[in-house]
Design a protein around this ligand. Structure first.
Ligand code: CDT
Length: 307
């Protein structure tokens, strides 16, 4: 048995602060066109793919912050991605900053969606593990204010029936947490898409800067193997507004091996024909959850945090 699915990571090079949504979408459409020539059925774009990675700056004016957020999806600027999905019969994963109005409350999330081959949104995820800090910290060469600009996601780690399998999503820092993959695995995810913006420089522990690419691969390969799932990791890469971001976008098979990887820090397509049935190689064997998990020994994982 096999369930082939042609997948691609659409790595984006740097996005300048002045770059418009329309300009970024044009870059995405070019990658979709290239992917179509390869017969790609599902393409993944990075975290916050429509703008520069704005949490690196401290803004006081809420209007400045909100200018990076989408109030509707699709919007006039992003509709062409949905049209291309339909035209090419190619679904996509897209990360963006989401602003939602609920009565008198305005909420901000770091969000991704899955759009199917007909151009319909069939899944949504809001980033749970928000890294960084919430106040201006003057000792840093650049800020990482995700904890100021977003609230933690309220949708959990769901899976979605699409593309002939079970799809899962998470975003950037989520990939460092084994719980992310395990919850998705317990919900039978066969392919998990992960967009990221990861600076090379880690101000709290600069002695780890040279390990950024290693840690990126380490966590995603472990997640794939320990849960028997395909993973598409997709970067926003390169020097963006003076801040170096790692690349290394890759496709990982359920045994944990990288089967395709980006070679540049620019817009680049990474392609592989996956077989979703290969999840069974792991899930029916070493990580047969039903047979071998021992959840009664795992209770500290779900206990509330100590105050
Ligand atoms: N975007 C994002 O989540 N980036 C973090 C940076 C390290 S924590 C400041 C990451 O986990 O890659």
């Amino acid at each position: 048995m096999s369930r082939p699915l042609k997948i691609a990571a659409a790595q984006l090079g740097p996005i300048a602060r002045e770059e418009t949504r329309t300009e970024v979408v044009a870059r995405c459409l070019k990658l979709m066109e290239e992917a179509h020539a390869l017969g790609v059925e599902l393409i993944a774009f990075p975290e916050l793919a429509l703008t520069t990675f704005f949490p690196r700056w401290y803004f006081e004016d809420q209007a400045d912050i909100d200018s990076f957020f989408e109030t509707e999806m699709p919007s006039a600027e992003t509709q062409s991605l949905f049209d291309a999905a339909k035209k090419y019969q190619m679904g996509f994963y897209l990360g963006y900053a989401e602003l939602v109005k609920e009565g008198d409350t305005t909420r901000h999330f770091n969000t991704t969606i899955i759009v199917d081959k007909t151009g319909e949104i069939v899944g949504k995820y809001r980033k749970v593990h928000l890294p960084g800090h919430s106040e201006y910290e003057d000792w840093r060469p650049f800020q990482h204010l995700e904890r100021r600009y977003f609230e933690s996601g309220d949708l959990g780690f769901q899976t979605f029936d699409a593309f002939g399998g079970k799809m899962g999503m998470c975003i950037c820092n989520d990939r460092r947490w084994p719980e992310t993959y395990r919850v998705l695995g317990l919900r039978d995810a066969e392919l998990v898409m992960i967009g990221y913006n990861t600076p090379v420089h880690y101000p709290q522990a600069p002695e780890h800067d040279h390990l950024q690419d290693f840690h990126n691969e380490l966590v995603m390969q472990a997640g794939a193997y320990q849960n028997g799932m395909w993973i598409v990791g997709v970067a926003k890469a390169g020097k963006e507004e003076g801040c170096d971001l790692i690349g290394g976008s890759c496709i990982i098979d359920p045994t944990g091996q990288i089967v395709a990887q980006a070679k540049t820090l620019e817009d680049e397509l990474v392609f592989f024909e996956a077989d979703l049935d290969r999840c069974d190689e792991i899930r029916k064997n070493v990580f047969n959850f039903q047979r071998y998990r021992e959840p009664e020994n795992y209770t500290p994982i779900t206990e509330p945090k100590k105050s």
